[in-house]
Design a protein around this ligand. Structure first.
Ligand code: NAP
Length: 242
């Protein structure tokens, strides 16, 4: 059982899907968590209720990681509420399926901005709050280094996260910060998976099924804890062996 009691954590995009499982796993292991999403509707409210039941010092905020001003506000909330941040999980991400010839610049910029540029604004804003031993975890994607039609913008953003992570790992190792990527394969979330797509994935994945959000959270828990104290600049694929 991983014990994160006393750890202060920030997770982006924590109200739904993989991010929600990450938030609940970290809080369940004893960490205090600040998370954010663009929306403050039912998903955010039900997460806040679940976190309250778990106990601990948790906060669900409204912030868009694509907006540098929102990231600065998130860091300021972390500073005033926690004073430091031991673990940062950059999970917020968006995807769309668009043939490359029709891909508008606005969509390219939206996806790169949300998935990749936000990793830069987030790390720069959080750096003053990160003590020695802090762990930064970027959620990438298995497909980043494989490629897939109609997702050039998405895979570019997620592949960019790997280079970003490796360089940051080298630059900040002397400050005893670790930064890694967790790269999920196809994961079951609230989003509908068409039957044909599901069957194709089940054939492609040696374990014969899609992954669960909690299985991504498991890798995040490992990287958040001292069990991974010598893991740095790495990409951990959690994909059933696809
Ligand atoms: N699901 C998969 O199979 C899979 C596979 C590989 C990688 N991934 C990666 O895993 C991460 C989570 O994916 P998911 O499938 O769980 O996504 P999801 O179900 O769409 O949930 C995304 C979460 O991020 C929030 N979010 C989205 N854009 C945001 C923004 N600009 N600022 C702040 N919060 C934002 C969403 O809330 P709001 O909409 O309210 O903002 C939501 O809480 C993503 O980085 C994704 O690329 C997923």
């Amino acid at each position: 059982m991983i014990d994160l009691n006393g750890k202060k954590v920030v997770v982006t995009g924590g109200t739904r899907g993989i991010g929600r499982a990450i938030v609940l796993s970290l809080a369940g292991a004893g960490a205090d968590v600040i998370t954010c999403a663009r929306g403050d509707g039912e998903a955010a409210q039900s997460l806040a209720r679940e976190l309250k039941e778990l106990g601990g010092d948790h906060h669900v905020l409204k912030a868009d990681v694509g907006e540098p001003e929102d990231i600065r506000r998130l860091a300021e909330e972390a500073r005033t509420r926690f004073g430091r941040v031991d673990v940062v999980v950059h999970n917020a991400g968006v995807i769309s399926h668009i043939p490359f010839e029709e891909l508008p610049l606005e969509e390219w910029n939206r996806v790169l901005g949300t998935n990749l540029t936000s990793a830069y604004t987030l790390l720069q804003s959080m750096l003053p709050l990160l003590p020695e031993g802090a762990s930064v975890i970027n959620i990438g994607s298995r497909v980043a280094t494989i490629g897939i039609p109609m997702r050039a913008h998405y895979t570019a953003s997620k592949a960019g996260l790997i280079g970003f992570t490796r360089s940051a790992a080298k630059e900040f190792g002397s400050r005893r910060l670790r930064i890694n990527v967790v790269a999920p394969g196809p994961i079951e979330t609230e989003a509908d998976v068409p039957a044909a797509v599901r069957e194709r994935y089940e054939r492609m994945i040696p374990l014969g099924r899609l992954g669960r959000s909690e299985e991504i959270a498991g890798a995040v828990l490992f990287l958040a804890s001292d069990l991974s104290s010598f893991v740095n600049g790495e990409t951990i694929h959690v994909d059933g062996g696809i």
